[in-house]
Design a binder for this molecule. Structure first.
Ligand SMILES: [Zn+2]
Length: 337
């Protein structure tokens, strides 16, 4: 709110009195692209993505196939290519890979790619899981609006912002892989499959920023809701942690809360979402998370309960962090191995 107002005043003043150069002072900066990430667009997409028609997006189900087509169609419409080439945005995973399932079925990760302008071989992976847990015995849909519809549509908005930058000649210096992984809820399968069958060498994978649940407020944080939990940022790279902190100070009013990052945290969230498959391959990660709540893994995790303005702030923070990692001079180093 504050930023928009200031920039409007700035634009008015500039257009009245200043040179063209002053008017364009903010053009092409991370701020201008971050402004394209809006609460209204996140909401519009999430009501579809976590709608009843997707039938809870259970891995291998028809609803999950609808979900991957929704994601693919978005990238096609934005003109963001697939790293697989042509119109194939799916990294296919055979049914046999899902060995914990009674009736395993084929599934797929969805991938889209923005190539870096200067260091194209250095890859930043942004991830969120596309699946959820399906329907219950009575046919009630687990919408999974927060888990992980929120991370999914946040990625789409970020991709759109980066693509706008590309079109205006301000694309990232390093490459960004948008990796929507399947099979998370049944055992982190999609991210494990990706790291066992990477599209780009893991040695060139700079970092993984993983988003799993960023649309709600932990009941313990109701008095201070402008927060996001960060997990893992300092585990493999002090540099990544420091960069993440600097970006937040500069671009966000969110509190970065490390409650669940502690080594002895009984929840062990560090091991419980897709970033862990990257971390175990010595790739520095940050896991963005709002904590659990009364609707976690219930049929009541619905889009009407999402805090869209807060989710927008969190998405912008992750966008700015990605922007910095992609554009800074040096590659993030895993300096704590
Ligand atoms: Zn999840």
């Amino acid at each position: 709110m504050k930023y928009i107002l200031l920039s409007m005043i700035f634009a008015v003043i500039s257009s009245c009195s200043s040179s063209k150069k002053t008017t364009n002072a903010k053009e092409g900066t991370a701020e201008t692209y971050a402004e394209t990430i809006t609460s209204a667009e996140l909401k519009e997409m999430l009501y579809i993505y976590a709608g009843d028609e997707m039938r809870g997006r259970m891995t291998g189900s028809e609803g999950q196939k609808m979900a991957v087509n929704y994601i693919k169609d978005f990238y096609v419409k934005q003109g963001i290519p697939s790293p697989l080439g042509g119109s194939d945005y799916f990294q296919e995973i055979p049914a046999s890979y899902f060995d914990s399932q009674k009736e395993p079925a084929d599934s797929e990760n969805v991938v889209a790619f923005i190539e870096g302008s200067e260091f194209p071989e250095e890859i930043i992976v942004i991830s969120a899981h596309l699946d959820h847990v399906g329907v219950d015995d009575e046919g009630n849909v687990f919408n999974g609006a927060d888990d992980d519809g929120s991370g999914t549509v946040a990625m789409l908005e970020m991709a759109e912002a980066f693509q706008k930058a590309v079109k205006e000649g301000k694309g990232p210096r390093r490459s960004i892989l948008f990796l929507h992984v399947t099979g998370e809820e049944i055992g982190l399968y999609g991210s494990r499959y990706y790291t066992e069958n990477p599209l780009f060498p893991l040695a060139n994978t700079v970092t993984n920023l993983n988003i799993d649940m960023i649309g709600r407020i932990d009941p313990n944080k109701e008095d201070t809701p402008d927060y996001v939990y960060l997990i893992g940022s300092d585990k493999l790279s002090q540099e990544l942690h420091d960069v993440s902190e600097e970006v937040a100070k500069k671009h966000s009013d969110l509190e970065l809360d490390y409650t669940f990052n502690h080594e002895n945290d009984p929840n062990r969230f560090y091991y419980r979402s897709d970033h862990y498959n990257f971390a175990k391959n010595n790739i520095p990660v940050i896991f963005y998370f709002n904590g659990t709540h009364a609707d976690y893994h219930k049929i009541s995790d619905t889009p009407d309960k999402i805090e869209y303005d807060l989710m927008t702030k969190r998405t912008k923070l992750i966008f700015h962090t990605t922007w910095e990692i992609a554009n800074r001079d040096g590659r993030i180093v895993a300096d704590k191995l």
